[in-house]
Ligand binder design. Structure first.
Ligand SMILES: [Zn+2]
Length: 256
């Protein structure tokens, strides 16, 4: 079955679940590249006790599950959201075969992002292309979050730019296919540009989102204020008007 991209914005009452902890367990996963069985830690459940950042980065406790999102094969060093997925293109296989640049969490996200970007460039149809660019964008964004946490601002900016490039490719393919573009994607891209110091593109995205009558529209108004003030630091949904303190938003990355 073909993989289909989804973009879910589920509004849930975070405070109701605030008392529950993150649960994790080990699973055996076979690497789609080399066939090695890896024991990996998987998140069973988690929750958000506060509002997410403006790029949808979740608040704690979900924020701390970032390290479980990308998996690296212990043998071939293939990195992916889904390690079982077989790499398809020669370009992706060449990246997997090349030495890992480092062993930080950001390095694993970047490696996984580069593999997906290579898959996107080689994909035969636009549907597969769009999904791979979408995953590459999310993986680069997560690499940037790791760099925010590690206080490596220059690398964070570089990865935000890479994320933006991949999300722009998603948008271009959606436009080509006459598909609806969700404001949640545009407002996320707005924050990615702003935090990379690219206020011009951040404003372009915010102006686009202002056409929608929804929560992202109010986020866009806040983004335009931040752009006027030339702010590149982290801001949260809590600063957006008319957001209930008990509201949290969960964004999916894709499904089979
Ligand atoms: Zn492997």
């Amino acid at each position: 079955m073909k993989e289909k991209t989804f973009w879910v914005v589920a509004v849930v009452a975070a405070l109701a679940s605030a008392v529950s902890a993150t649960t994790i367990h080990d699973e055996k996963i076979v690497c789609g590249n080399c066939g090695t069985e890896n024991t990996v830690t998987v998140v069973g459940s988690s929750n958000q006790m506060d509002l997410p950042d403006l790029d949808w980065r979740p608040a704690e406790m979900m924020r701390s599950t970032l390290k479980f999102e990308v998996i690296e094969c212990s043998k071939c060093h293939y990195c992916a959201f889904d390690l079982q997925e077989k790499p398809r293109s020669e370009a992706a296989k060449q990246i997997i075969a090349s030495p890992m640049p480092g062993n930080t969490l950001a390095d694993r996200f970047v490696r996984a992002a580069e593999i997906q970007a290579a898959e996107a460039a080689s994909a035969g149809d636009d549907f597969e292309k769009k999904n791979a660019y979408f995953r590459a964008g999310h993986l680069f964004l997560r690499a940037a979050w790791c760099c925010d946490d590690a206080n490596a601002p220059e690398r964070a900016v570089a990865y935000r730019r890479a994320a933006a490039k991949n999300f722009e490719a998603v948008i271009a393919l959606a436009v080509k296919g006459k598909e609806e573009i969700k404001p949640e994607l545009l407002i996320m891209l707005c924050d990615i540009y702003r935090r990379a110091g690219d206020f011009e593109n951040a404003k372009r995205m915010a102006d686009e989102v202002l056409k929608y009558k929804s929560l992202p529209q109010r986020m866009a108004e806040r983004q335009l204020e931040l752009c006027r003030e030339k702010k590149t630091d982290c801001h949260t949904l809590g600063e957006v008007r008319n957001v209930e303190p008990s509201t949290s938003i969960v964004i999916g990355k894709g499904e089979k």
